[in-house]
Write a protein that binds this ligand. Structure first.
Ligand SMILES: [Zn+2]
Length: 156
């Protein structure tokens, strides 16, 4: 058995060799010993041929990659955030709660009128969440309170 395995002959020099490598020389593939195999191009084993489809797949992935929208989106965000936020009074959330209670509205009722969830109302009234300016203006209208610092208004 062992004899069969070791009795392999290089197709170029005819020498016995334990390890023959498939090498392409001038268009034909030969089984060559290590000494001769360096004269040709090593033939890729079948496993390496599977790189083909994988390569195509990664090309596809690469093609998708250039359209990186994230940087652009954050740029848009930055532009948007450059718009100054409403300058709110220090007690803006307490004012919301006070005005809401004066009207006799429960947080649920207020939330419905505001088209927001009760949980948001509670978060806003505790000062733990500052809603967007548009929502703040809606709150001002609904509760008839001023939440912003008006530089033209006389000091309280
Ligand atoms: Zn050889």
């Amino acid at each position: 058995m062992e004899g069969e395995e070791t009795n392999v002959i290089c197709e170029m020099c005819g020498k016995d060799s334990d390890t023959l490598t498939a090498v392409r020389i001038e268009g034909s593939v030969l089984q060559l010993c290590p000494d001769c195999s360096r004269f040709g191009q090593p033939v890729a084993p079948p496993a390496a041929a599977a790189v083909g489809p994988r390569g195509a797949y990664s090309e596809f992935a690469e093609a998708r990659r250039p359209t990186t929208l994230r940087p652009r989106r954050t740029e848009e965000r930055d532009v948007f955030s450059e718009m100054p936020d409403m300058e709110l009074r220090a007690d803006w959330f307490q004012r919301i709660r006070h005005a809401r209670e004066l009207l006799g509205w429960t947080p649920e009722e207020f939330g419905k009128r505001l088209n927001e969830k009760k949980s948001l109302v509670l978060k806003v009234e505790s000062g733990s969440f500052r809603p967007p300016d548009a929502t703040l203006r809606k709150i001002e209208r609904l509760l008839k309170v001023r939440l912003t610092v008006d530089p033209n208004a006389p000091a309280p």
